[in-house]
Design a protein around this ligand. Structure first.
Ligand code: SAH
Length: 569
C-alpha cells in the first residue's frame, strides 16, 4: 500500500542530516524532526522518547536515523495494545542500512524498499511472505479489505509451503506479483463483495464496493443494513459508505450507524426521503448492480470495483473551535490535538496557525492577519457547509476572549440551514491566566475574575465600572489584553481604580509569553507595578487581600491565594 501520510524523519545530530534530506525527497510533505540544540531541521523536539511516542500515537510513519534498539526501547510501552500501527523504520545515519521495525500491515516493507532503492542498499526485510512474493498479501491496497487475518496467515503459510493459487476476480495490484499461479489450483485468492464461505483454501479480499442508502433515520439502522447485506450474501466489510438525505444530516442515529458499520456517512440532496431516491441521487454508473430496498428501508448498490466514498455525495461538515493552550506542545490537550489532526482546513490568526503546526500536506491553512473575527467565523462555516472538517484555532482557551463566541455569534445570526447542520464542537484549552498562575503557585486559588481591558468591543466606562466592583469585592483579577499601541493609557487608568481600593502591598504577577520561548515571570506589588512593565503579550494577575507568598526551595517564591477567607486577613 502506498504511504499516504508523509513520515516524520527523525534525527539526533548533524551527521544524519544529509541522509535525512535524501529520504525527504521521496515523500512530499515529509519533515525532518531534529533534536533541539544539536541540529536544525524542519521541526524541533527536545526529548526523543516522548517525541517518537507522540508521532506514533498520531499515526505518523517514522523514519528514525538512529540505532534500531533505541527506537524499540522508546516505543516499547506503546506496543502492548496492538492497534493501528504506523510504519516505523530505523535507518543508519550514513544511509548504509534500512531496517523495517513495525507496521507490517501498513506498508513498512514498501517504505523500506523505497528507501533502500534511493540509497542503493538492500532493505533488511524479514517478513517471509514479503520475501517470497515481493508483496504482503495480507495488506491489500486502499479500497480493499481482508475478510479474515487469521485465515490470511494460514493461506500465506500454505503458499510458502508450496501450494499454488488461482486468482478469482479482479486484483489489479497482484498483476505483477510473482505468485505460484495455477488455473486449477485448490487455493484461491477471491476478490469479491460476497461473504467468505469459510473454505480453508480461500483468501477472501472484499472490494469496498457497496453503497447502503437509506431514506430516513430509523431505530437499529446498522442492524437493518447488516440484514440487507446478509439477504444478498454480501459482506459488511465490502461496504464503502452509508448514504442518507441531507435533510437528516443532524440526526445522531445516522452517525452512530455509520460508526457501528465502520464506514463513512455521506449525504445527498434528494426530493423525497426514500432509500431509492437517495440511491438515485448518487448518480451511480449504469453497470452498478442495484438491489430493491427491503422492508427496513435500506437500498443497496454494488459496483464491480471499489467505490471512492469521497465521490459519493458529501460528508457532514465539522467545525471545531479549539484552544492551543499558551504555546507549549505539552499544554495542548489530546482532544485539541485530535481535532487538529482530523481537520482538512485550519483557520486562524497567522501566529496561532503557525503554533498549531506542523501540518500534513493535505491540510489547508487559512492564516489571516486581519482581526475580523466574525469574518473568519463565517469563512469557517462556509467551508464546513461544503463537508470539510475545519479547525478554528485560538490561543489559550477558545471561549476566553477568543474565537468560540465569535463563531456562535456568526451562527446565531445566520439562517443558512447548511451552517446549522454543521457538527460544531468547542474544544477547551489552557487559558493564559491558568498557565501563568501555575508557574508561580496558585494565585487563582480562591474567587477570581477574568477581565479584558480592551475597549475595542465594549465602552471604557463599562470596564471602569467592572474593575471598581471587582476590586471592591476583593476578587483576584486576571487582566487579558492589558495594553496595546492603540490603547496606551487605559492600563494606567485601570491600575488607578484598583489602587483606590486595594493596598499597595497587594501581590501582582506578570507572565509574558508563558509557555512560549522567552517566557518571563515577575512577581511584584501593586504599588510597584508600572504600565511600562506590561505589553500585549503579558498576563497581569492582581491578587486579593489574602494573596500571599513564601520562599520556595530554589530561591524563588510561591504565590497563592488561600482557600479560606477572613474579613480581616
Ligand atoms: N484565548 C486566550 C486569550 C486571548 S486574549 C487565552 O485563553 O489565553 C489575548 C491576551 O491573552 C494577551 O493580550 C495576553 O494578555 C494574554 N495571553 C495570551 N497568551 C499568553 C501567553 N502565552 N502569556 C501571557 N499572556 C498571554
Amino acid at each position: 500500500m502506498a504511504v499516504v501520510t508523509p513520515p516524520a524523519i527523525v534525527i539526533l545530530g548533524p551527521g544524519a542530516l544529509a541522509t535525512a534530506r535524501r529520504v525527504q525527497t521521496l515523500y512530499p510533505g515529509a519533515q525532518v524532526h531534529a533534536l533541539e540544540g544539536r541540529v536544525a531541521g524542519d521541526v524541533a523536539f527536545s526529548e526523543l522518547g516522548a517525541h517518537l511516542r507522540e508521532c506514533y500515537t498520531r499515526g505518523l510513519p517514522i523514519v528514525a536515523l538512529c540505532a534500531a534498539g533505541i527506537v524499540i526501547r522508546c516505543l516499547a510501552p506503546l506496543l502492548a495494545n496492538k492497534g493501528a500501527e504506523p510504519p516505523v523504520l530505523a535507518l543508519a545515519e550514513d544511509g548504509s542500512a534500512v531496517v523495517p521495525l513495525l507496521g507490517g500491515l501498513t506498508g513498512v516493507n514498501v517504505m523500506a524498499r523505497e528507501i533502500g532503492a534511493a540509497l542503493a542498499v538492500a532493505p533488511a526485510i524479514t517478513t517471509s511472505g514479503e520475501l517470497r512474493f515481493g508483496t504482503c498479501l495480507l495488506n491489500p491496497p486502499a479500497g480493499y479489505a481482508l475478510a479474515s487475518l487469521a485465515q490470511g496467515k494460514r493461506f500465506v503459510s500454505d503458499l510458502l509451503a508450496g501450494a499454488a493459487t488461482r486468482v478469482d476476480g479482479h486484483a489489479p495490484w497482484l498483476e505483477n506479483v510473482d505468485l505460484p499461479r495455477e488455473a486449477a489450483a485448490r487455493h484461491a485468492i477471491r476478490v469479491s463483495a460476497h461473504v467468505w464461505d469459510g473454505s480453508p483454501d480461500d483468501l477472501v479480499i472484499h472490494p469496498r464496493s457497496i453503497v447502503a442508502a437509506v431514506g430516513a433515520p430509523r431505530e437499529a439502522l446498522a442492524d437493518n443494513v447488516r440484514r440487507a447485506l446478509d439477504a444478498h450474501g454480501l459482506a459488511p466489510l465490502a461496504l464503502a459508505a452509508l448514504v442518507a438525505p441531507a435533510a437528516h444530516m443532524r440526526d445522531a442515529s445516522l452517525a452512530q450507524a455509520a460508526a457501528e458499520l465502520g464506514v463513512p456517512l455521506r449525504f445527498v440532496d434528494s426530493e423525497e426521503n426514500t432509500a431509492q431516491a437517495t440511491l438515485a441521487a448518487l448518480d451511480l454508473a449504469a453497470d452498478v448492480e442495484r438491489y430493491t430496498p427491503n422492508d427496513d428501508g435500506v437500498a443497496l448498490a454494488c459496483a464491480a470495483a471499489p467505490l471512492d466514498p469521497r465521490a459519493l455525495g458529501r460528508a457532514r461538515g465539522k467545525l471545531a473551535v479549539l484552544g492551543l493552550g499558551p504555546g507549549r506542545a505539552d499544554l495542548l490537550t489530546p482532544a485539541a490535538r485530535a481535532a487538529l489532526d482530523s481537520a482538512t482546513d485550519i483557520v486562524g490568526y497567522a501566529t496561532y496557525v503557525g503554533m498549531a503546526g506542523p501540518f500534513r500536506a493535505d491540510q489547508q491553512r487559512h492564516a489571516t492577519d486581519n482581526r475580523e473575527e466574525l469574518q473568519r467565523a463565517r469563512h469557517a462555516f462556509e467551508m464546513a457547509s461544503e463537508g470539510r472538517r475545519v479547525a478554528v484555532v485560538s490561543s489559550g482557551d477558545p471561549g476566553v476572549f477568543a474565537m468560540a463566541a465569535a463563531v456562535l455569534e456568526a451562527l446565531e445570526g445566520s439562517d443558512d440551514a447548511r451552517w446549522h447542520a454543521v457538527e460544531l464542537a468547542i474544544v477547551p484549552g489552557v487559558s493564559a491566566a491558568l498557565a501563568t498562575a501555575a508557574q508561580v503557585g496558585a494565585p487563582l486559588g480562591h474567587d477570581f475574575c477574568m477581565l479584558s481591558l480592551s475597549d475595542n468591543l465594549k465602552p471604557w466606562t463599562v470596564i471602569e465600572k467592572r474593575l471598581l466592583h471587582a476590586a471592591q469585592a476583593d476578587l483576584v483579577m486576571a487582566f487579558y489584553n492589558p495594553i496595546s499601541r492603540a490603547r496606551p493609557w487605559q492600563l494606567e487608568r485601570a491600575l488607578e481604580i484598583v489602587r483606590s481600593v486595594r493596598a499597595p502591598h497587594t501581590r501582582v504577577v506578570l507572565g509574558r509569553d508563558v509557555g512560549r520561548p522567552g517566557e518571563t515571570l515577575r512577581a511584584m506589588t501593586l504599588g510597584e507595578l508600572r504600565s511600562a512593565d506590561v505589553d500585549m503579550r503579558t498576563m497581569v494577575i492582581v491578587g486579593s487581600s489574602a494573596t500571599r507568598g513564601f520562599a520556595r526551595g530554589d530561591g524563588g517564591e510561591w504565590i497563592y491565594t488561600p482557600r479560606w477567607y477572613r474579613e480581616d486577613a
